[in-house]
Structure formats: C-alpha cells, structure tokens
Write a protein that binds this ligand. Structure first.
Ligand code: HEC
Length: 143
C-alpha cells in the first residue's frame, strides 16, 4: 500500500491542472488520427457508379493505403508526403476522377515520369487508391 501512496503526484494546483489539459489534448489528437475506417466522401455526381460505390465503402481507404504503400511511396513518399512525385496530402484540387485518370494513364510532364498502372492495378483497386488519396485531405496537418 505504501507503493500506491508514493505514486500520488504532489499537490501543485495549477501545474497539475495544465498537465491534465495537455493529456486531454493528446487524447483528442489521438482520436483524430485513425482515419482508416472512415469512408471517403465524394462530392462528384458524374463519377461512374463503380467508383462511387467503392469510394463510399468504409474499408476502401484502408485498402487504398496498403496499395499506396506497395506501389506509390517510392515516388510520392510515405502517406503521400511528396518526393520524386508531387505531394498528395491536403490536395483539395484533386478529384476522384482526376486521380483515377492519372493512375490509369500515368503522367509525363517536363521529364517527371509516372507510369500507367492500367495493366498492373485492377480498376477497383485504382478507385481504392483514389479513396485513400482523397482521405489525405483530412489529415490533422491540413488545417
Ligand atoms: C516513378 C515515380 C512515380 C510513381 C511510382 C508514382 N507516381 Fe504519381 N506522379 C509521379 C509524377 C512525376 C507525377 C507528376 C508530377 C507533375 O505533374 O509535376 C505524378 C502525379 C501523380 C498524381 C497527380 C498529382 C497532380 O498534381 O495532379 C497522382 C494523383 C498520383 N501521381 C498518384 C500516384 C499513385 C496513386 C501511385 C501509385 C499507384 C503513383 N502516383 C505512383 C511519379 C510517380
């Protein structure tokens, strides 16, 4: 029992209160971080039905994240932070349709080359990748 007694923090009014606030903020942040079970929102009515369905499926972001780790981080960095290819985080300018098109056709702009994945990544998986990249708009650092 004396062990438990020693674990009690000294009473220091203000200081211990602010520690509580810091811990509270940490917990709130931690609650924001896991975003893999959340479905990505697509506000594109013209998207093909197959794309809309996959993007609205909660597991698609997590599946897309795995595909991204395998195929895309080499150029776009971990979680799309950027590198040889453009950063893909916090990109409000990208749409599911343009991301899908870029993955399908590849890119060749000013000597910067991205291959076409048309023959190597199946269509549903290209939509899952789009769902993941759209989810990178919602990272805590995008605020
Ligand atoms: C060999 C390097 C490389 C790989 C691997 C690669 N990319 Fe790219 N990616 C690029 C380059 C280079 C660009 C074009 C940058 C530019 O236009 O300036 C690009 C552009 C993009 C864009 C468009 C960004 C924009 O600003 O319009 C998206 C989306 C994208 N890539 C997604 C992916 C995904 C998903 C994968 C994995 C399936 C992938 N890329 C794999 C090099 C790569």
């Amino acid at each position: 029992m004396s062990y438990r007694f020693r674990m009690l923090p000294p009473r220091r009014g203000r200081k211990s209160r602010s520690l509580g606030v810091v811990i509270g903020m940490g917990l709130a942040l931690a609650a924001l971080l896991p975003q893999t079970s959340v479905a990505a929102a697509s506000d594109e009515p013209d998207l093909p039905q197959a794309g809309q369905d996959i993007i609205a499926t909660p597991g698609s972001v997590a599946d897309g994240q795995k595909l991204f780790g395998l195929n895309c981080t080499y150029c776009h960095g971990a979680r799309g932070v950027g590198g040889r290819g453009k950063p893909l985080q916090c990109r409000d300018d990208l749409t599911a349709a343009t991301v899908y098109q870029t993955i399908t056709e590849g890119r060749d702009s000013a000597g910067l080359f991205m291959p076409s994945w048309n023959g190597s990544i199946a269509e549903p998986d290209r939509w899952r990748l789009a769902a993941y990249i759209l989810s990178l708009r919602n990272l805590p650092n995008c605020k």
